[in-house]
Unconditional design. Structure first.
Length: 584
């Protein structure tokens, strides 16, 4: 029956599995069945390095069978529901409810309704309170669990931080108690209490939350004395010894990042005041160049990919980046394998690096000034010297580059009209400098997003601009960019940013809003062609919740929904940074 429906959907390669290097384990003979779930399309999920790492780690455990589930596209969902077919795995076409544990990677708040849809198409109740020993345990991890509270009603537990070690400890506990739990001899709460003793594990059902008359949290405490009052983030101490999936799965269809993504570092030494990823991956760690080269060669031999991308929050800050890149280029140039780097610091392009990369493949380069003026960059803590950057551009263009992508944000604290004008003026200068070198301006793609003051950042206490404010700024920028032939403007949907801000800064009362949105038909909210803001507005209204409440400015003495998490950067450190005098 499954084969019959594959001929009726777009991109059936999303659902067939059987890729090169996929795990082949006997489902029936495995004591623990683990469903690894990603709440977006296959081509997005298979571009996620975390999914690949956990898939390989779990399948390397003898008694564990790990299989993958991705969100079905709209056409596939309709067929599944009309035919009475439950969501099935790629590896063995088993139903999700046949698994012991389902682990969801939560990388983007606008995928939350996809989580509920995946559970619903699998005939599993989305609400954790309605699931018992007959259902899989539903666990969550990833960047979004830096504030897990909006999804608290749906998950049995969350793994805070990096999961490579914690997931194995979770399985040890489950292995020990599985028979008693599945037989109903111990309660689900008893099992969850055991899980809560693992560092980095948060079980929302074991905590009580109270609110004052203004709707702010005035009580957050564990229900039992043996449950920790704070949850400490997990992280891998030695990246050289951390697992890397050299048996790189090669999909049958093109994925978003269709290449080898080789992680060379975790964490970031910079002090950008808006960046949640710094706290997510704190502290800073790196792989040694020799280890990186060995992994690159091994992964290439097993996959045959013709592009290798170095992955990390800020690869420019890798201490030996030029030497490492030179080694990789020398190793792979005769094989026709290109070496690419994500967003760079311009300082890294002064010297040999720009020409070095360009000798293999002249791709566009991406830079992130974030703001148009030095004043605003100082306020958000962005280390970017405009004069030095423009000087470096001359060498970049001389090396043969013709395209540059720039990232900016709007809605920054103390932003003025002049700061918006500066984005346009800066982009024009970036384009025109190439005319001096190659007699033709550069094509500059300008991407402008809305600042979301996220948890665990010094800006978490700031108010976020509402959609009307952002819309007004976007319209102004559209007017300023009009008729700029070599500048291409991309503006992020301000209502999507608004919803992301609410869901990232919210508390567990938002669970009922997310459930209402899902039941009203919200799916793939991260995709502009599916996003329906009206449905979300109705969901908030139906539950008597004002979403703008979550975007208001906060005081430093207020208990925020995520304050029970210890991410390694103390609230007092963030508060000191928040209160640091800046030129306004």
């Amino acid at each position: 029956m499954i084969e019959d429906i594959l001929s009726q959907v777009q991109k059936p390669g999303r659902y067939i599995g059987r890729e090169w290097n996929v795990a082949k384990k006997d489902f029936a003979k495995s004591d623990i069945k683990f469903a690894l779930c990603f709440p977006d399309l296959y081509e997005i999920g298979m571009s996620n390095l975390g999914i690949r790492i956990l898939y390989a780690i779990l399948n390397n455990i003898k008694d564990v069978c790990c299989e993958r589930f991705f969100a079905p596209d709209i056409d596939m969902e309709k067929l599944l529901r009309s035919r009475g077919i439950e969501l099935f795995s790629l590896e063995s076409a088993r139903a999700l409810k046949e698994f012991d544990i389902a682990g969801f990677s939560l990388g983007y708040e606008l995928n939350y309704t996809n989580v509920l849809n995946m559970l619903d198409t699998a005939s599993i109740p989305p609400e954790a309170s309605l699931r018992d020993h007959r259902h899989p345990l539903i666990i969550g991890g990833g960047p979004c669990v830096m504030n897990p509270e909006p999804m608290a009603d749906f998950f049995d537990l969350f793994v805070i931080g990096e999961a490579e070690e914690a997931i194995c400890e979770l399985l040890d506990v489950y292995r020990r108690l599985k028979q008693e739990f599945r037989a109903g001899k111990i309660s689900k709460q008893d099992l969850l209490i055991e899980f809560s003793h693992i560092e980095g594990v948060y079980v929302p059902a074991l905590y009580k939350v109270g609110y004052d008359a203004q709707g702010r949290i005035d009580e957050f405490k564990p229900l039992l004395s043996e449950v920790p009052p704070t949850v400490k983030k997990r992280f891998i101490k030695d990246l050289d010894s951390a697992y890397f999936p050299v048996d790189w799965i090669v999909p049958y269809i093109q994925t978003v990042h269709d290449r080898i993504s080789l992680e060379i570092m975790r964490g970031c030494p910079n002090k950008c005041r808006f960046c949640q990823a710094k706290a997510q991956y704190f502290p800073f760690r790196k792989r040694e160049p020799g280890k990186v080269l060995d992994l690159a060669c091994d992964t290439y031999r097993r996959s045959g990919y013709e592009e290798l991308s170095l992955a990390g929050l800020s690869v420019s800050d890798y201490p030996q980046i030029e030497g490492l890149t030179q080694s990789l280029v020398d190793t792979f140039k005769e094989k026709g394998v290109s070496v690419s780097l994500p967003s760079l610091k311009y300082r890294m392009m002064v010297g040999n690096l720009s020409g070095l990369i360009a000798t293999v493949k002249k791709t566009g380069l991406t830079f992130a000034p974030e703001a148009g003026t030095e004043r605003l960059r100082g306020i958000i803590g962005k280390d970017f010297d405009e004069a030095g950057f423009l000087q470096a551009l001359r060498q970049i263009y001389a090396a043969g580059y013709r395209h540059v992508k720039l990232y900016f944000m709007i809605g920054l604290p103390y932003e003025e009209k002049e700061d918006l004008d500066a984005i346009v003026d800066f982009s024009l200068r970036v384009s025109e400098i190439r005319r001096q070198i190659k007699n033709a301006p550069a094509q500059v793609n300008v991407s402008i997003n809305t600042l979301i003051p996220k948890p665990h950042t010094p800006l978490q206490w700031f108010k976020m601009d509402d959609p009307e404010e952002i819309m007004h700024k976007q319209e102004y920028l559209r007017g300023r960019f009009k008729n700029k032939r070599y500048l291409k403007l991309n503006l992020h949907n301000c209502r999507m940013s608004f919803l992301e801000g609410v869901l990232s800064r919210g508390d567990r009362r938002l669970s009922r809003v997310i459930l209402a949105g899902f039941r009203a038909g919200c799916r793939f909210d991260a995709w502009g062609n599916y996003f329906n803001f009206n449905l979300w507005q109705e969901a908030f209204a139906k539950n008597g919740i004002d979403p703008e409440f979550y975007l208001e400015a906060r005081t430093a003495d207020e208990f925020l929904p995520w304050d029970f998490l210890d991410v390694g950067i103390g609230k007092e450190v963030l508060c000191a940074e928040f209160n640091k005098p800046v030129a306004r």
